[in-house]
Design a protein around this ligand. Structure first.
Ligand SMILES: [Zn+2]
Length: 64
């Protein structure tokens, strides 16, 4: 369970991120050289329903 960094409210997790207007997803990597080879996975988004803080996180941190 994630809590908002700003106000401590329980955040709504498992939200997806979408870049408007583009068909490309966001791909993250801990190593720039592996950006195309070593995918960490899709980032997820948590949103605070109280203040609107948005937090991007990765569920499977073991791949880091
Ligand atoms: Zn908040």
């Amino acid at each position: 369970m994630r809590k908002c960094l700003r106000c401590g409210t329980e955040m709504k997790e498992n939200c997806a991120i979408k870049v408007e207007g583009a068909g490309y997803g966001i791909i993250m990597s801990s190593d720039e050289n592996k950006l195309f080879g070593g995918r960490i996975g899709k980032p997820k988004v948590a949103i605070c329903p109280k203040c609107g803080e948005v937090s991007i996180y990765v569920e499977d941190v073991e791949k880091l």
